[in-house]
Design a protein. Sequence first.
Length: 646
Amino acid sequence: MKSLLIRLTHGLSEQDISVEERPFIKEWLAKKYITHKHVIYQFNSKYRAGVLGLVQKGTAYLHVIGENVKDLFIAEGDLGVATEGDLVIAKRLLGKRGTPSAKIAEIVGREQTYSVACIIEKEQRRSLVELKTHYPIGAEMTPEALQEYEIGDLFKIDNLENSILEKIGNIEDPKVDEKIVLAQFNKHDTFDEETLKIARSFKEVDASKYSKRRDLRDLTFCTIDPVTAKDFDDAIYWDDKNTTLYVAIADVSEYVKPFGALDNEAIFRSFSIYLPHKSIPMLPRELSETLCSLQPHVDRLAYVFEIKLNPHSLDVIHSEVYEALMHSDRRFNYEEIDLFFEGKLQAKTPEESTIFEWITKLRKVTDRLKELRLAKGFEFHSTEISMELDENTNLVATTVAQETPSHGLIEDCMLLANKEAAKRYKRGLFRVHEAPSQAKLQTLYQELAGIGMHIEIKNSIKETIEEIQKQARDMGIESEVDTLIIRSQMQAKYSPINIGHFGLGFDEYTHFTSPIRRYSDLIVHRLLKAINAGDKEEQTYVLRNIESLSMEISEKEREASIIESEYKARKYARWAAQNLHKEFKARVTATDPELRAELHDEIIGAHLHFLNGADVSLFEDIMIRIDKVDIYKARIFASVVGKMDV
């Protein structure tokens, strides 16, 4: 429903209305909420769609969706029966002085379409409640039915119909954590038969059938990915003689065409989701891990950026993007390339010898590209934590992911291709990042001043932040301060209009290099192919709903991030429940408005909540005791029992 409302805000073409959406269009047209002009349906200028915020004393604010405008005030008497979290259509009250206001015209759904409920027992009475809040939910279960289930049984709930869809497990089973985090956004690992049938219908690449593609199979491409990776989006090759970089990207758009079950499922998912023990792919594994994946020693279809650099300045002299045939000669993991850079890995084949020769030269280029990039952009060292789980998905260990030379090499190759892609259109899909607001910066400066930093405002935000980072390095709290700086910034998102990327310091930027796991990149591929072909009609077709699509994809990205972080929180909580009343080292991450800390011991990164305050400072190392764990809400409660000796 939210997707439909966003698309109606920007204008929805008749051909893009699904069968399920047509009754709503017909009804809202009759009620004059929307208009119909030149095969486009769009909200009447008097109406807006949004999500109702916190209701207090019969009033609320409506967070308008689909456009960046101020919230609308809903006064007492104009609210009707709407409650917090409702998706509504509201009529703007024009001509009124003061804050822009509106009146609820109709409740059309809930922002959170799905949720998870659990059976609890209080004072010998059972009830079905929302998992995270333990508040009653709309879906009901009779007292007799409640007795048929176990305490802690979990159910997926349809909030629109107030109905129970299925039992997903019991809170005592650690394996249910995956089902919990996926159910709240209606995500699933499996694909329906229609989608799988399409994915299985494709044959292995037969080079003889692609005579129009540029044949790059004689170039010694390689892939470099995490050791656990199964989907290989990108491969690289460096022609040192001609200072030319080849970035070959899986040609997903050759297989996933607009419309149809496969494309619809890809849009619905929009992103692959990565949990510590498995991935939930955007595309069926027959494509994501096989036919689209740039596996070694097999022919693959690729969409390739060929980028010629000035040998002295490393400016781009010329670039072109084209459909190609390629053949990866080696699949490396990051650790192998780092060992080679350290002189600890020798070539075992002629292909490896050739790759190592050009990759040594490429490293000098990417190191220089990074230097040039950081002259305008930022470098942050926030902590990325990997989890190791046992066969029952219980947490057994955590490790801090390290940024290494191999990561840096691949990153700057991909950044270069993404920049070149964004230069090829004025309207399309951009990855944008706005500069932080002055209010957020002031809050950041105050927090850092509170731990003894001297904040001197320089001529630019970049200079000010770099001075802060220098002080943080000297104080030994570089990653912690970088995390605070990141939090003070706006969130990167997708947009049809280019406003640049503040964090990277790029004038234009997009996502081109990961179409197996991001739908955004697939859109960019389709657009670039239409531009290359000079097909204006296809360009218009690709961009016809780009405003609403960019918002939807940004929303799906947020959902994927929430799923990944909430899953980790649940694993931390189960580990903490096995370590009640034990003491551990932790580091303070917030003191205002309440005390927060993260474990900094044998297990790293678990968020800790405190029922009482303590005389501690931001980033101070402390000893804590785990006092209580709420497995339902995935919260760990602790108390400060001492400070670490300095």
